[in-house]
Write a protein that binds this ligand. Structure first.
Ligand SMILES: [Cu+2]
Length: 139
């Protein structure tokens, strides 16, 4: 009798722990909505061409503007695309400066759905600006 009670309690605890961990992983990304502002005073703009994004290869354009309105030149700009669900490889790309303050790269969306693009700009003055952009990709 005592052994059976313990077994039942163990089962309940296991189920509780399992459902809790599922709930946590399911909500992990939902709390990251909205764009986080970069700390350095640099304004970061992220656009894609074509827009709206379709699955496959597109152009991703990052524009960096200083607080005084001048283009931010000489930065190293890295992009990382994550989908809102777990279990996918992130898509990585480095953008090259095409015009002053305008950084461009080819970017391949590997699946339709909601993406979170993290843009990290290492600036010439040694500081780093990072911002996340939400993007929906269709077939
Ligand atoms: Cu996916």
């Amino acid at each position: 009798m005592l052994a059976r009670k313990t077994a039942t309690r163990t089962l309940i605890l296991t189920l509780l722990a399992l459902s809790l961990s599922l709930a946590l992983t399911g909500c992990q990304r939902a709390s990251q909505q909205g764009n986080s502002a970069p700390a350095s005073g640099v304004t970061m703009d992220f656009t894609i061409d074509p827009d709206p994004a379709l699955v496959g290869q597109t152009q991703a354009i990052v524009t960096l503007t200083a607080a005084d309105g001048q283009p931010v030149t000489g930065a190293t700009v890295a992009l990382k695309g994550d989908m809102s669900h777990a279990g996918m490889q992130p898509v990585l790309a480095d953008a090259a400066e095409q015009d002053p303050g305008v950084y461009r790269t080819e970017f391949t969306w590997t699946m339709a759905g909601d993406w979170i693009v993290t843009v990290t700009a290492s600036l010439a003055d040694g500081t780093t600006a990072e911002q996340q952009f939400d993007l929906s990709v269709t077939r």
